[in-house]
Design a protein around this ligand. Structure first.
Ligand code: CU
Length: 208
């Protein structure tokens, strides 16, 4: 009985000891908790800069890539611009060549036609500046103006104005019905002219 009691006591003590031990270890775990937590907090704190430095690295990397992309885009833009410029230059050169060709064509002496319309022997055409048609012409030096009288009355093409007649510059004398008269203008200037019979008839020839 005693041995059994002893054994029972030992067993009980052992159980208690284990229980205490468990409790103690539990306490230890609880105690260790903050101890472990503190380093982990520290490690979290240290990991935060790590995270931010990683973020900074990532940001730098993204920035670098973005810059590279921009550089590539710039290169593409430059290539596009240089291509556009080349195309524009080519177009401009073509246009210049065309203009030069046209200039060469237009530099040939031309004949410009002016009509003396019907009904101009009566006043009225001066109100619409249509006593010669067209009343104002612009030509190049060396060009010729050719007047055709389609009216039934005779008219003149006389340099100057009725108040300042300049027959010495040019004067057609009478241009009969259906008659024509031409004059070559070799000197630049603005030449007023009029009809000596019907002084309301006026026109100008501008020579460049
Ligand atoms: Cu006239």
């Amino acid at each position: 009985m005693v041995s059994i009691d002893k054994a029972a006591i030992v067993l009980t003590m052992a159980i208690v000891a284990i229980a205490l031990g468990v409790a103690a270890s539990g306490d230890m775990t609880q105690d260790a908790g903050p101890a472990v937590f503190t380093p982990s907090t520290v490690s979290t704190e240290t990991s935060e800069p790590e995270t931010s430095s990683f973020g900074a690295d990532l940001a730098a990397e993204i920035r670098e890539k973005a810059e590279q992309t921009i550089e590539v885009e710039d290169k593409v833009d430059m290539e596009d611009t240089s291509m556009e410029e080349t195309m524009m230059e080519e177009t401009m050169m073509e246009e210049t060549m065309m203009e030069e060709t046209m200039m060469e064509e237009t530099s040939e002496p031309e004949t410009i036609h002016v009509e003396i319309p019907t009904g101009t022997s009566y006043p009225g055409c001066e109100e619409t500046n249509s006593c010669y048609s067209p009343a104002d012409v612009t030509i190049n030096a060396g060009d010729t103006v050719h007047w055709m009288n389609v009216d039934s009355s005779a008219h003149t093409v006389t340099a100057g104005t009725s108040a300042d007649v300049q027959i010495e510059v040019f004067d057609s004398s009478l241009i009969m019905a259906d008659g024509t008269w031409s004059h070559e203008f070799n000197d630049a200037g603005i030449y007023d002219y009029f009809c000596m019979i019907h002084p309301w008839m006026t026109g100008t020839v501008t020579v460049n």
